[in-house]
Structure formats: C-alpha cells, structure tokens
Design a protein around this ligand. Structure first.
Ligand code: ANZ
Length: 815
C-alpha cells in the first residue's frame, strides 16, 4: 500500500459518498430529528476562506449528530437574488441569472469537494420562480393582515446603488453593501410592520441559547424605553404637539421645543416670516449624510420656526425650533427640550441663547453642564402639584399620574425599532405582487397568478437610475386590474433580499411542496432549527428579520414554533497578517489554492484547530502543513493495526483503553460546548498514545490498539472526512465512517486509579488513604475507622460524629 496522498483520497471517496448519499434526512420517525442549519451563501464568485471556516465548523456539529444517530437535516441552498449579480450583469451586458447560476454551480462543486454532510435533495435558490412565488405569496398574507403597507417618508438612500436601504442596512451611516455614505430622500415605500412585534421580539429572547453579544445588540436595536407622551398646546393651532419623553419629571425645566426639520410637523409649524430660513436649513439637512447628522462632535444647528407652545405645568410660553438632532421617525418627531438635564439640549440652548432651568439638584461639587444623574427635584412646583424633593423615579410616577388625570399626557413605552423598509429600486429580486389601479387603488395579485415573474431585462437596461428598472418594461408593467378589469400598472419595486432569507429555513423542510411556502406538518417536525451557524454581522439584520417572520407565521397558524433557531454559533473571521483580507491590502488568501496545496482535510482541520470557533483566526499564524503531517500520522496508524476486526477490546492494554475512553467522553462534552479545537487536541494526544503503544508498548496486535485507531477514525470523521474514511477501510470496514456510530464509553474505564483521602481527628491529620475516586461515603467512613493509625490516635475515646466528604476527606470528632 502506498503513502498518504490527499489527492488520491479525494478522488477515491467522493464518488463513493455520492453514490451512498448518507446524509439525506430520513424524516421517517426512525430517530430523533435534529435540524442543523448553516447560513446559505450569496453566489458572488467561488467559495472564499470565510465559507471554508463556517462550513468546517458547522460540519463538525452536523457530523457529530450523524454519529450519535440523530436523524439530521443539514440542507444547502443559495441566497441568489441581490446586487452583486445585477452589477456584474450591467458590466458584462448579460442577464443577472447567467452570472448567478454559473456561480452557484461553481460553489456547489467546491462544496462537494469540501465534503460537507449536506442533504442535496433539499437544495433551493431564492431566485428560482418556484421559490419566489412563495416569497410573494407570503408578502400577500402579510399585506392582508396589515403587516405590509406603503407610506411616504424620508428614507435612507444609497447614491451609489441608487436604491433605498432599511435602517438595519445602514452601518455607521454607510451602505452595508457598498460602503457609500447614505443620504435621505422622501419616497413612498413598502414596509413590514416589525414594530408590532417589538415586545415579543424582546420577550422571547429568553428562549434562545445565543451569544449574549447578539442578544444585547438585538435588545439595543429594539430599544425599549418607558416614559410618557405629553401634550403641548401651540398658540394659534388647534392640535397640540405630542412629545415622547423618558423624563417627564423634568417637565418644569422644558424651556423650548424641538421638532425634526424633515417632518410634516415642522412644515406645519413654520411661520411665513421664518419660511425662507427654514427652507434653507431643510435643504442643508437633506444634503448631509447620516454620518454628519449623528456626529456628536459637530456643532448643534437649527432654526426657529416662529411658533410658540405653552409648557403645561407652568404656563410658560416656549419657542419651537427645528433641529436635525431630533429624528423624524422616533417617538413623535418632536421633543420637549430640557437643557438642565439633557446634554444635547444644553448645547443647543447655549448656542442659541435659550433659557436653562435645573430641575434636579446636582450632587455636591458637580461642575458640569447638563446634570443627568439622580437627585431631589427642584424648581418643580405649581399650585396643584409639587415634585420638589422627590428622587427621579418617584417624581416621574407622580407627574405621570397628574398628567393622566388632566388628560395632558399618558404613560407609554416606546421602541427604537422601526418598521422594515422592504422595497428596492433594483431588478434582481422578487417583484412586489401588487397592482396599482386608478379606480381600485392597491390590488393584490391573485394567488393563482403567482409568481409574478421578472421580465427579461439585461445589461444596460438594469443600470441604476433611481427608479426601478422594471418601470421601463412597459409590456410587463401594463396589466388589467384584477378587480375592475380596467387598465392598471404593476408595482415596479422588488423586495429586499432579506425577505427571501427570512423564511428559506422553512422551505428546506419541504422543498417540493406545492400547496404553500412549506408543508406545515414538515415544519412542525423540524422547527425550530436546533442549531444555526453563521456570521455575527447579521445580528440585527437577518437574525432579527427571521425571528419576525417566524412570529408572524406562527400567528397565521402556519407554524408552531415561535422562534426559528434555538442555538446560535457565530464563527470568527479568517484574517491574514492581523488584518481582514482585502484586495487593496493584497493579503487575500484563496481557498481553492489552499485546498490544492494541502488538501481538503488539512484545511478543514486547520480551521477547526485554530482556536475557539468564535475567535478570529489569523491565517498567517497557522500551519496547514502541520495539519497535513498530523493527518498522515493518524492515517498511518490504520495500516499498522494487526488485531482482527471485531476482536474483543476488553482483553487489551488497560492504559491505552483508558486514554481512548477518556478521549471519547471528553470529546462529547467539548463538542456540546463548541470547544472543537480542544477536541482536536485530544485526538492528537490519542494518536500519540496509540503510536507509542504500537512502537514501544503492547504492540500492533493488541486489541486495544484497534479500539484506539477506530476511535481516532470516528472522531476524525467530523473534521477530516477523506482521511477518516480511508482509515476506516484500512481497518477492514465498509463505508461510511460518517455513520459508524459514536463510540460507547465504558464508565469503568473513566475511573482514575486512586485519590488521596485525608483523615483528621479533631481537625488534625492522622492518616492518608489511597481510595477509588468513586468510593461511597459509607465505604470511606468504614475504611477510615478501620485504619490502625486512627485507632491508635483515638486511644479508646468514643466518637461523637464523623463527617465524610468522599473521596477526599474524613473528619472524626471524638467524644
Ligand atoms: C425630555 C428629556 C429630559 C429627555 C432629559 C431626556 C433627558 P430614548 O431613551 O432613546 O428613548 N427624544 C424623543 N424623541 C426624539 C427624537 N425623535 N429625536 C431625538 N430625540 C428624541 O430617548 C428618549 C428621549 O430622547 C426623550 O426624553 C427625548 O428627550 C428624546 F433630561 O425628553 B427626553
């Protein structure tokens, strides 16, 4: 037999597995089901190092559960709508589908070579009409429930991609995709009513075994605050201005009001004298980017609107300003400004010479400006109510009660979470299945006319121009109204691709189902997914949207589950030379080249062994060559075994057996807690111990050696499937090692030989005993009392009490 040749192993075993198809979910009730899900990929080129990492880690878990005998569902698909394909199509003057499906084939081939334990029969692509038909169908169910609606507002606009973005897609003021600075535009757009689910999205976090970091990000994103709405009467206007405040206790210090410049309210409140100044200011605000608006460094800007309101607790006439530090889409888009207790308001008041009144007594020695700490209320009384002397909490409760009594305000909870802006002015997505009729208004496309397929547009016709490219496909746009039969037009926007990915994990449970997006029975069997593996960049994007969809579908009666993913593992990034890989730094590492040079198993092993899975790994610090040498060493063991298949290990070398069984027991624990790298280290130790047993111990014919090498093969099958399969064959077994079964641990072999027990009399050590670590309290007491040294020390005295802490301590209290 020749040496270890990874190319030969790959060529040999891939076709065998493809024929065996061992990873197809059975879904027949023959074993407990377990749904192993990994974030599906965008087909923008071949697999990269990040895929290599996430797939390697994910497969450790999936293959572990296969070995344990679960009926594992481990599906694969592609998130195949989206901008990369569209941009490539414009450049190459072709259809986005050409690029998309070519890349999918490339990636599929790479994934097969990578030997992932996927169930290929469930494969899906979100850009297939059979898939997006159901994305559209779901949109219509949301629409019927009032959970999808259209409204005009100022929205995030990416000037580069020429499309709107959801708040979640604006990262530090920049487009999540292209990095361009985002600006604002007033547009009529489609939204999902995620805000209806804000509280449940918070509450149900208790059901999730997710990294605390992600839960915290979601909690902050949802941003619950308790406070009050308060009404301020406006001079010369019937309707009062409502504000949201978390600090109603500071109401006596509200010396002016501020409204968002880009709100309807500002438009209404501006007086003719201030009109010109306001218009100029609004133009400047809309031209500024989110980055500039949110910057705390920047000087406060604003403009007086010319109107006045009345402070409801002290009757003061207070001016109303517009300033961009107040956001149009939070709270009511208007605030009561309390410079004494709020830093932003203080700066603003200072800049524009507005009055400042403290309503909380600052601590001794406080020399700052706005005081945000606790303290007794001051300057806060009128003829009917006084808050003076009360701490913040009590003052808040008291003023809210008073406001409610007077119908001037009400207790409320506010969320930072906004509705999800889902329409996009781009081509390569699912068309929104709505028809606009001059007579009937918005009319849903009837279910039996789904999918609304994309018209055939390519090349320059897709170039971004601020309106959807679909608008130019006149034959496609012009339809008859399903209600009145008159001329009408299709909605020309497409859905955010995050809509596609909000339910793909449900389609996997029944990918061929034709009666709906998924078979409710199949979803009942598999959902929620037990494990999700993917990047943490999705904390408030995909992961939040998928949770929202799951809850809506639950409410629609289509799903028992209220949460989509029970456990979440976020893999770290693969970096190089201490930095994220990038074209401009020239530090990219090509996965394909690494696989060619070291083989699939060595690369997978390197990824898994590099460190805890959630840490970033620096490729420059790693040694795929070292991994390869280890695999050779492990593989060579399988050619050395001389004990025949099925030989009874119980007659084998005890020392090696103990190491083997301890390794398996520890491996289970390590895998359950995501410490895969330590698991690999333990396998390495077992390989070393086995080599020693063969060369200078009981020898290759000892059945304990066979047991050890078989164990190595099974444990290695989680990380290095080709090597493990070949070892398995060398050991005389049929494929596939992937389903050999998790080795049974003999608890007797986990017993450490002995531990030292200290025996004390009245607190003084009188004896040391070597005992089994598993000794019972009763046995240990007996043993201690029987000891010569203890008898001598007691010297005939009686015993009042014996305290036993097995296996390490016995304390005897003499009478
Ligand atoms: C008066 C006040 C006094 C406030 C004080 C704070 C401190 P969170 O906790 O994030 O919910 N606010 C309300 N709507 C706003 C908007 N559209 N744009 C900008 N700021 C807005 O913050 C709620 C607080 O943020 C509210 O309570 C309001 O200022 C401000 F000592 O009202 B507060």
């Amino acid at each position: 037999r020749g040496g270890y040749d990874f190319n030969a192993l790959q060529a040999k075993w891939r076709p065998v597995w493809e024929k065996l198809d061992p990873f197809k979910a059975r879904d027949d009730g023959s074993a407990e089901r377990r749904y192993a899900l990994t974030m599906f990929s965008y087909p923008s080129g071949d697999l990269h190092m990040g895929h290599g990492e996430v797939f390697a880690l994910h497969d450790v878990l999936a293959r572990y559960w296969f070995q344990q005998g679960y009926d594992v569902m481990n599906p694969i698909g592609w998130d195949s709508f989206g901008l990369p394909a569209e941009n490539a199509a414009i450049k190459r003057n072709e259809h986005p589908a050409t690029y998309t499906y070519a890349n999918i084939e490339t990636q599929a081939e790479s994934i097969r070579r990578y030997a992932m334990s996927f169930d290929w029969s469930r494969r899906l692509h979100t850009s297939d009409p059979e898939y997006y038909r159901w994305t559209q169908w779901l949109f219509l169910r949301f629409y019927e429930r009032g959970l999808a609606y259209r409204k005009a507002s100022y929205v995030n606009w990416c000037p580069n991609d020429q499309t709107v973005l959801a708040n979640e897609q604006v990262v530090q003021g920049r487009c999540e995709r292209c990095g361009f600075e985002v600006t604002k535009r007033e547009l009529t757009q489609w939204y999902f009513k995620t805000t209806d689910y804000a509280q449940r999205l918070l509450d149900d976090m208790s059901l999730l075994e997710w990294p605390e970091e992600i839960l915290l990000q979601q909690r902050n994103w949802i941003g619950r605050s308790e406070g009050a709405f308060t009404d301020f009467v406006v001079e010369g206007r019937d309707e009062p201005i409502k504000v949201f405040t978390t600090r109603p206790d500071t109401l006596f210090g509200a010396t002016f009001m501020v409204v968002a410049p880009d709100s309807k309210l500002a438009e209404e409140l501006v007086t003719p004298e201030q009109r010109a100044a306001f218009d100029e200011y609004l133009t400047a605000v809309n031209a500024s980017t989110e980055i500039e608006r949110l910057s705390t460094e920047r000087d406060k800007t604003g403009v007086f609107l010319g109107s006045y309101a009345i402070n409801p607790v002290n009757g003061e006439r207070i001016p109303i300003w517009a300033a961009d530090y107040v956001l149009a889409d939070y709270g009511t888009g208007a605030i009561m400004a309390v410079p004494g207790q709020d830093s932003r308001d203080w700066e603003f008041a200072e800049k524009f010479g507005l009055p400042i009144v403290r309503t909380v007594q600052p601590e001794e020695g406080f020399e700052g400006k706005a005081y945000t700490g606790d303290g007794p209320a001051i300057n806060s009384a009128n003829d009917e109510i006084s808050l003076n002397g009360l701490p913040i909490d009590e003052a808040k409760a008291k003023i809210i009660d008073w406001l409610q009594d007077k119908h001037l305000g009400e207790r409320t909870i506010n969320y930072r979470l906004r509705d999800w802006l889902l329409s996009r002015q781009r081509y390569w997505g699912a068309p929104i299945p709505i028809i606009h009729c001059p007579v009937d208004g918005e009319v849903p496309v009837p279910d039996d006319q789904l999918p609304v397929e994309l018209p055939d547009l390519r090349g320059a016709a897709l170039a971004p121009r601020g309106v959807s490219p679909l608008a130019s496909a006149r034959e496609w746009v012009e339809v008859t109204c399903p209600k009145c039969g008159g001329p009408a037009e299709r909605d020309t926007d497409t859905m955010d691709t995050f809509v596609d990915s909000s339910w793909y994990f449900l389609r996997y449970t029944s990918p061929e189902y034709t009666e709906g997006p998924f078979d409710p029975e199949a979803a009942r069997r598999w959902m929620p997914a037990y494990q999700y593996v993917g990047g943490k960049e999705h904390a408030v994007l995909h992961l939040l949207y998928a949770r929202f969809f799951t809850k809506v579908l639950h409410d629609l009666g289509m799903l028992d589950a209220v949460e989509p993913f029970t456990r979440l593992l976020n893999q770290g990034q693969v970096i190089n030379e201490g930095k994220a890989m990038s074209k401009s730094l020239g530090n990219g590492v090509n996965l394909g080249e690494q696989l060619d040079a070291f083989g699939v198993d060595a690369i997978r092993l390197t990824m898994v062994f590099a460190g805890p899975p959630d840490d970033d790994i620096d490729w420059a610090d790693l040694s795929p060559g070292g991994s390869l040498r280890f695999l050779q060493r492990a593989w060579r063991l399988s050619g050395n075994v001389e004990a025949p298949v099925g030989s009874d290990p119980s007659t084998g070398d005890l020392a090696l057996r103990k190491i083997t069984h301890r390794t398996v027991a520890d491996a289970s624990e390590l895998l359950d807690s995501y410490r895969f790298n330590v698991m690999v280290a333990r396998v390495m130790e077992l390989v070393n111990a086995t080599r020693k047993a063969i060369d200078s111990g009981p020898g290759a014919a000892d059945p304990a050696v066979r047991e050890a090498v078989e164990t190595v093969a099974i444990l290695l099958s989680l990380v290095a499937p080709y090597t493990a399969e070949d070892m398995w064959e060398n050991l005389g077994h049929e494929p596939t090692v992937a389903k050999a079964g998790w080795p049974k641990v003999d608890p007797a072999l986990l017993v450490q030989d002995s531990v030292t027990c200290v025996v004390q009399i009245a607190g003084k050590v009188k004896e040391r005993l070597e005992v089994s670590p598993d000794i019972t309290e009763a046995d240990l007491e007996q043993l201690a009392l029987a000891s010569e040294a203890v008898r001598t020390a007691l010297d005939g005295r009686g015993i009042r009490k014996v305290i036993v802490r097995a296996p390490k301590l016995v304390n005897i209290v003499p009478a």
